[in-house]
Design a protein. Structure first.
Length: 227
């Protein structure tokens, strides 16, 4: 089990209510786009071609997703569209990803939702965290928190470490999240990161976390020597 980080900051973040969910702005697709472009989901069953079409025609792909039937094509195009949309409207991107994936728990679905959650956390940590914490306990919730903790660790590794220790269930996902936070923390404050890593129970996770700090410190020292 991952322990709480020490020292703790004087104040902890209060998770706020989920942000409102504005609808994405969608322009009408070109009338002849589907018939002209061979990679569109209407003209091709090839998922790689569908993804390339979505990259080249993001607005049309977004419009297509709104009424697309459940299919592997819908998931493939969502993989491209949702992260793009998240850059400007993360709430809408999360909502779209959930609609496209349903209750999907396969690796692709989990990774997509985690990616969008991470982008959201970089923009609005409080709302993204509140949304993830409202999910039922389980692996999917922990995977979302893993992505959010990674985003938070870049600016506030102490709070990210607390999120991992207090809100994630013991297991492989929590362990991976802890090592990721240790890595980010070590780049900012190696001494504090090492203290947290050394507080872990003896075992593989503790050894990995300590080695992560040492590797970051060695890399930093090497860079100073060569400069």
């Amino acid at each position: 089990m991952v322990t709480q980080p020490t020292p703790l900051s004087e104040s902890s973040r209060e998770v706020g209510a989920e942000a409102s969910q504005p609808k994405p702005e969608i322009r009408q697709p070109s009338a002849d786009l589907a018939s002209v472009n061979l990679g569109s989901p209407i003209n091709s069953q090839d998922l790689d071609q569908n993804r390339e079409w979505a990259r080249n025609y993001p607005s049309d792909a977004l419009a297509w997703l709104q009424n697309a039937p459940d299919s592997t094509q819908r998931v493939a195009i969502a993989e491209i569209v949702c992260p793009q949309l998240a850059q400007t409207n993360a709430v809408a991107a999360v909502k779209l990803a959930e609609n496209c994936l349903g209750e999907g728990t396969n690796n692709a679905a989990q990774y997509l939702l985690g990616t969008v959650a991470q982008i959201w956390a970089e923009q609005d940590l409080k709302s993204a965290t509140a949304w993830a914490l409202a999910k039922p306990d389980g692996e999917q919730r922990d995977l979302l928190l893993q992505h959010i903790a990674f985003a938070e660790s870049k600016t506030d590794p102490v709070e990210a470490a607390r999120l991992v220790a207090e809100q994630m269930s013991p297991g492989s996902v929590q362990n991976e999240a802890a090592v990721t936070v240790v890595y980010q923390w070590a780049q900012q404050d190696a001494k504090a990161a090492l203290a947290w890593a050394e507080s872990f129970p003896a075992g593989d996770l503790r050894d990995r976390a300590i080695n992560e700090v040492k590797n970051v410190s060695a890399t930093s020292a090497g860079n100073l020597t060569t400069n």
